[in-house]
Design a protein around this ligand. Structure first.
Ligand code: CA
Ligand code: CA
Ligand code: CA
Ligand code: CA
Ligand code: CA
Length: 690
């Protein structure tokens, strides 16, 4: 979103997003009684205090630690009673965040990331007992003035992200990964922007949410998974909501059902509580004081935990930066139950941090991604793989840009041809079609520009597409959408099946015409109850599989005389691993009529696998996740996919799945296709390979 657009968007969001109760309740009532901190840290050595993070030691809660920024003093480690245990040079630190369970060299580590406002970079450390150890492969440079950093561990794929926020409204999300030599590095996953300075952020790992405090506008919530939509929700704002001027810090408290968002309203000296179980509804305000009862006038950066820490923190802890403390800038440690009691907030069941949130599906990574398509937005759609029998590594992929035409890619993902032939939605191909007595690779695509079936020859030597349609081959469909081809083992004839948005599937025979042209002859209509798109023909078994997007995967006979008798392979209602839309479907051929069907379960970013033969038994689902070291993002919201069991070169000796990726990130770019080795899929789901 551009800034001008964003400003208009802000105005409209503020009118609609804030609950009426928030608008009616101006913060005019007398301030709440201050809750005294249980302890406070020694003043930082440098005199600055901006942000702390809490490490909960699950084996010995008294060994839990506070890691805090000390500006030019780097990072300091404090005990729960406030004693400084150690410090380490980390530049001019303005932000810090911690996460457990990050694996370095196969060993779990407590990862700390520091935002260095002096060099505008991110630096990585491991917390080991009372000390921090520098584990960064480098200081990761940022191209803006960094204000703070938070960490997010994605429950979908266990990937770790550092999110740096900046002076110009930058929300810069970096995937953090361990290098082969045991250091920690990061790659930019995506960049989101707000119009003005952002000073604080915090991520909710289990909920997949990112909260950011924008100085001028207030408190926002985003999806934290970079493979999701990045539009924000406004939670609170100055003037229209509760915030007086600006938010000075944000933190999350999690203890069973008690899930609070805490924000410091710096200029009024209060902490605000929002109920994450009720869409972040405002729940009350509190104020804090030092252990002697003197008010903390401007609470700054916050950290919180719902873990039972003992030592007065049996229901968790809130840590607030206090730049103006009498003895020098320090951090106040306040018991959560003391804050919660006057407000009647639930303290929940104290919990230790979840050590491992298990991903839902076995995960694989892509080995190659293609060059992004030229068109913006949802543009890439459906691929078809051409196997080169003479030189498998020189195999090709034809892929649609549904706004512009057809790409031809090599197996390294590079574009070798682009045919600007219009809005091609889906594409498929078959070998051995006889044209002027010679076998060709016949390619067809659903042409939404001309409401037609587009027909090409793949010139495999020149690696380009040649239009061989005998004029425009009108489909008679309102909008040609899904498409697949069928080569009958029984008759040797070639067919193409195309769907419209209303569930109609029309089948034509592809016939050679004089002069090296090809035309279509309609042979059958099959009607489904609602929209279908993904389809694949099983040539050897004479079957056609069609995905009715919101409902089911169906099997019908592929021969023109097979009528419209159909069988359900699986349904969205019956299989909890499926989440509509059901999209692209393809076939892995093990020979002798055996193999697998693979279908995109678009609604939960996964792929379901079924037996090709028999009753099409469900074999499991997998997801394709990000690979930080290789720099290839995961796949989300796949429309079209193709699968081949034939060798396709190094890494793809047993074939591959090529799938459209709805969000091409790491870094954020236009859409593309990912190539996943069948070897990896087979290992994840214990499947056979050819
Ligand atoms: Ca799409
Ligand atoms: Ca296809
Ligand atoms: Ca679709
Ligand atoms: Ca992606
Ligand atoms: Ca990418």
């Amino acid at each position: 979103m551009r800034k001008a657009q964003m400003l208009g968007f802000l105005a409209s969001t503020m009118m609609t997003a804030l609950p009426a109760a928030a608008l009616a309740q101006a913060p005019s009532q007398p301030g709440p009684a201050a809750v005294s901190a249980t302890s406070e840290t020694q003043p930082t050595q440098s005199g600055g205090a901006n942000q702390a993070a809490i490490h909960v030691d699950p084996r010995a809660v008294e060994a839990s630690r506070i890691v805090a920024t000390a500006e030019t003093g780097g990072l300091e480690v404090h005990a729960l009673d406030g004693r400084r245990l150690s410090s380490i040079d980390a530049g001019d630190t303005v932000g810090v965040a911690l996460r457990d369970g990050f694996r370095i060299g196969g060993q779990p580590a407590t990862l700390a990331v520091a935002a260095d406002g002096g060099t505008n970079s991110l630096r990585f450390f491991a917390l080991e007992g009372d000390r921090l150890r520098d584990v960064g492969a480098r200081a990761v440079p940022l191209d803006f003035a960094v204000e703070n950093v938070c960490l997010f561990r994605n429950a979908q794929d266990s990937a770790y992200y550092a999110i740096a926020v900046g002076d110009g409204g930058e929300i810069d999300q970096w995937m953090v990964y361990a290098t082969a030599d045991g250091r920690v590095d990061a790659r930019q996953a995506r960049r989101i922007s707000l119009p003005t300075k952002i000073k604080h952020c915090v991520a909710d790992d289990a909920g997949g949410q990112l909260y950011v405090a924008e100085q001028a506008t207030g408190l926002w919530r985003f999806n934290a998974d970079p493979e999701t939509d990045s539009s924000p929700v406004l939670i609170d704002a100055p003037r229209l909501g509760h915030i007086t001027e600006e938010v000075g810090g944000v933190a999350l408290y999690d203890a069973g059902p008690a899930r609070w968002l805490i924000a410091s309203d710096a200029s009024s000296g209060r902490l605000f509580f929002y109920d994450r179980g009720k869409d972040d509804a405002y729940a009350g305000a509190s104020a804090i004081a030092d252990p002697r009862g003197a008010a903390v006038k401007e609470p700054g950066g916050l950290a919180a935990t719902g873990a039972a820490l003992g030592g007065g923190f049996g229901h968790g802890l809130v840590v607030a930066a206090d730049e103006d403390a009498a003895g020098g800038a320090n951090y106040k440690l306040v018991a959560f139950d003391a804050l919660a009691a006057p407000l009647g907030l639930a303290v929940g069941t104290p919990q230790m941090p979840a050590s491992d949130i298990a991903p839902r599906f076995p995960a694989v990574t892509a080995r190659v991604e293609t060059t992004p398509v030229a068109a913006s937005g949802d543009a890439a759609d459906d691929p078809a793989i051409w196997h080169n029998p003479a030189d498998p590594a020189a195999s090709l992929i034809v892929g649609t840009d549904k706004k512009a035409g057809l790409y031809v890619y090599d197996m390294t993902g590079k574009v070798v041809d682009f045919a600007p032939v219009g809005r091609m939605n889906n594409v498929d191909l078959r070998e051995g079609f006889k044209l002027d007595g010679k076998p060709i690779t016949l390619v067809t695509a659903s042409d939404r520009t001309r409401k037609a079936v587009a027909i090409f020859r793949l010139d495999t030597a020149a690696r380009k597409l040649v239009d061989i349609a005998d004029g425009v081959q009108a489909s008679g469909l309102s909008d040609p959408y899904g498409l697949c081809m069928y080569k009958s083992a029984r008759s040797g004839r070639f067919y193409v099946i195309v769907s419209d948005p209303d569930g109609l599937n029309r089948q034509w025979e592809l016939v050679a015409r004089p002069g090296g042209k090809v035309a279509i002859n309609q042979v059958r209509d099959i009607k489904f109850g609602s929209q279908t798109e993904g389809c694949v023909a099983d040539d050897a078994n004479g079957a056609l599989y069609i995905a009715e997007e919101d409902v089911a995967l169906w099997r019908v006979g592929a021969e023109p005389k097979d009528g419209d008798k159909r069988r359900q392979v699986d349904t969205v209602a019956a299989n909890p691993a499926l989440k509509d839309d059901l999209e692209g479907v393809s076939l892995y051929d093990l020979g002798k009529g055996r193999g697998y069907l693979v279908i995109s379960s678009q609604g939960n970013n996964s792929y379901a696998v079924y037996d090709r033969d028999g009753a099409n038994a469900y074999r499991g689902s997998f997801a394709v996740v990000a690979d930080g070291a290789r720099g290839i993002d995961g796949i989300s919201e796949t429309d079209g996919l193709d699968v081949s069991s034939l060798p396709l070169g190094p890494g793809f000796e047993h074939g591959a799945m090529v799938a459209q990726d709805g969000r091409n990130v790491l870094p954020g770019e236009k859409q593309n296709f990912k190539i996943v080795s069948w070897t990896d899929i087979a290992a994840a789901l214990k499947l056979e390979s050819r």
